[in-house]
Write a protein that binds this ligand. Structure first.
Ligand code: NDP
Length: 302
């Protein structure tokens, strides 16, 4: 069931190409990760987004090897992204965090390595971690580097001290939380915005009290007009606005559905109608309040 129709690529600010759509594996249990990732790769996904903190890098690596061995495709065909957790921030610690992640993934080189969160109360430490990413990039251990959950102030503070402009900022973006100012700042600096919870998972898998994007009537009406699903409409909305998306699913039919978004186009009015759903209310943790004390889990050795 391999899908040969390829996903379009986005070009990062250092010339490296990343598929516009990949598979996220946050909350994918380790014992379900190999199956989800192999299913996705068989269908035609060529980007996997994991993180040291997700506890499933080893299984992502197993899935990748299984797929490459079976198909004979080259390692370079699949874009692998992971994230350094905040307990591993600091120059030497972050260099070692690369060894831990690469070891679990079974890879010598990662396509994209990003800082999972800023530590606003320990920004010097965050910058030291970023300097380690710059070293890993210069040494060819990673092909691109970036950040996640950096708000405008954090991004500006980093840009003032960094040598390498981050290639991506992975941030919460879905119809109920658009972060337009942050998207504009990213665009101004050539930073690709990667949308996490792109179909609004955070609006329904934790606390659905403020409504689920999947059940939104405006999105539902647009979906019906195209003979598509709400999830597909949301993914199209991101893609047509230049964002990279990493929908997560462990369900084969949904993994397939989320990839089947390259045969229709939203009109400007439909894009605007989705934009207008923004509530300005974040679903995930407030980045300004992230501390190592509050999220103190240790990342195991490879
Ligand atoms: P998503 O918006 O991808 O939603 C995932 C949820 O939606 C799951 O419950 C999944 O269920 C369900 N789902 C998937 N596809 C469909 C569909 N077509 N129809 C109906 N339901 C569907 O949210 P996530 O928060 O998981 O974000 C995606 C990825 O972003 C993560 O996996 C991770 O890689 C990244 N992320 C990064 C963060 C960061 O801080 N940098 C924070 C959060 C996420 P099921 O699996 O049961 O099918």
């Amino acid at each position: 069931m391999t899908n040969t129709a390829s996903v379009p690529q986005l070009t990062l600010n250092n010339g490296v190409e990343i598929p516009a759509l990949g598979l996220g594996v946050f909350q994918t249990p380790p014992d379900e990760t190999v199956a989800a990732v192999v299913t996705a790769l068989d269908l035609g996904y060529r980007h996997i987004d994991t993180a040291a903190a997700y506890g499933n890098e080893r299984e992502v690596g197993q899935a990748l090897r299984r797929f490459l061995d079976r198909t004979g495709l080259a390692r370079s065909e699949v874009f692998v992204e992971t994230k350094v957790w905040i307990t591993d921030y600091g120059y030497d610690q972050t260099l070692h965090a690369f060894d831990k992640s690469a070891g679990k993934l079974g890879l010598d080189q990662l396509d994209l390595l990003i800082l999972h969160q800023p530590l606003p109360g320990e920004f010097d430490l965050t910058v030291e971690a970023y300097r380690a990413l710059e070293t890993l990039l210069a040494d060819g251990r990673v092909r691109a580097i970036g950040v996640s959950n950096f708000m405008p102030d954090h991004l500006s503070a980093l840009l003032a001290r960094a040598t390498v402009v981050p290639a991506v900022n992975q941030i919460e973006v879905h119809p109920y939380f658009r972060q337009s100012e942050l998207l504009a700042l990213g665009a101004e600096h050539g930073i690709v915005s990667q949308a996490w919870s792109p179909i609004g998972g955070i609006t329904f898998y934790r606390d659905g009290s403020r409504g689920s994007t999947l059940a939104d009537p405006v999105i539902g009406e647009i979906a019906r007009a195209h003979g598509k699903t709400p999830a597909q409409v949301m993914l199209r909305w991101h893609l047509q606005q230049g964002r990279q998306v990493i929908p997560k699913s462990v369900t084969p039919s949904r993994i397939a559905e989320n990839l089947d978004v390259f045969d229709f186009e939203l009109t400007d009015d439909q894009l605007g109608a989705v934009d207008a759903l923004d509530t300005g209310v974040r679903g995930g943790p407030e980045p300004e309040q992230i501390t190592r004390e509050a999220f103190a889990y240790e990342i195991p050795e490879a």
